[in-house]
Design a binder for this molecule. Structure first.
Ligand code: PGA
Length: 250
């Protein structure tokens, strides 16, 4: 049985003090559940402090991005080893904001996934189509390309245990959510791609999260779909009670 995972992507929100307050509140009100893994992804500057506050809890720590190089003259970049050194176990890679605002290509995402795996970080590999692509009937083609190029040269053994997040770009931060049926259709498509690329076992065991305007009110219906194994939450994870309610409703 694959595990449900709810992850909160704080994006570029919360300075150090705000991060400490938020994680303390989350710890206070979140009810531990055996069947749902909870992950938080604060900004780089808060990772170390949040990591210390998460000791002794079941909440996992993720970064929102990383560089595929190990070290050197890459101003502004952060390596996988640096993330490990502050207690990260996960890293979000290929988020649509990285792709569209910062020009990350499928090739970059591929190199990052490889590096994360080689440093024993679990990638949360994001894919998703824009509204334009969906309306032009190119949704499946785009997602297939993102998956195939993103996972190029990565073995089944290496990819097992990784997380995939389907995030339709048109649903991110817009308040528009994919209907449970729309999301389920793409999740099943992605699972089938994983089966084609790897195996039935890997496909069945891979957690595929949905992301895009997930809120406490729509979480249970979305996550109740057969192939939707949790959520990657942006806006609604910035308040402890709404994040905790999404976990509760998962
Ligand atoms: P949103 O963001 O929940 O604010 O739509 C989701 C995401 O980008 O991961």
């Amino acid at each position: 049985m694959r595990k449900k995972i709810v992850a909160g992507n704080w994006k570029m929100n919360n300075d150090l003090n705000e991060s400490i307050s938020l994680i303390n509140e989350i710890k206070e009100i979140l009810v531990d559940r055996d069947d749902v893994k909870v992950i938080v992804a604060p900004p780089f500057t808060s990772l170390d402090s949040v990591s210390q506050l998460l000791r002794g809890t079941e909440i996992g720590l993720s970064a929102q991005n990383m560089c595929y190089e190990d070290s050197g003259a890459f101003t502004g970049a952060v390596s996988a080893k640096m993330l490990k050194s502050v207690g990260c176990e996960y890293v979000i890679l290929g988020h649509s904001e990285r792709r569209t605002l910062f020009g990350e290509t499928n090739g970059d995402v591929n190199k990052k996934i490889k590096k994360a795996i080689s440093e024993s970080l679990i990638p949360i590999f994001c894919v998703g189509e824009t509204l334009e692509e969906r309306e032009a009937g190119k949704m499946k083609k785009v997602i297939k390309k993102q998956i195939k190029k993103g996972l190029k040269g990565i073995s089944e053994e290496d990819f097992s245990g990784a997380i995939v997040a389907y995030e339709p770009v048109w649903a991110i931060g817009t308040g528009k959510t994919a209907t449970p049926e729309q999301a389920q259709e793409v999740h099943a498509f992605i699972r089938n791609l994983l089966k084609e690329l790897y195996s039935e076992t890997l496909a069945e065991n891979t957690t595929i999260q949905y992301g895009g305007s997930v809120k406490p009110e729509n979480a249970s219906e979305l996550i109740g779909q057969k192939d939707i194994d949790g959520a990657l939450v942006g806006g609604a994870c910035l308040k402890a009670d709404s994040f905790a309610n999404i976990v509760k409703n998962a």
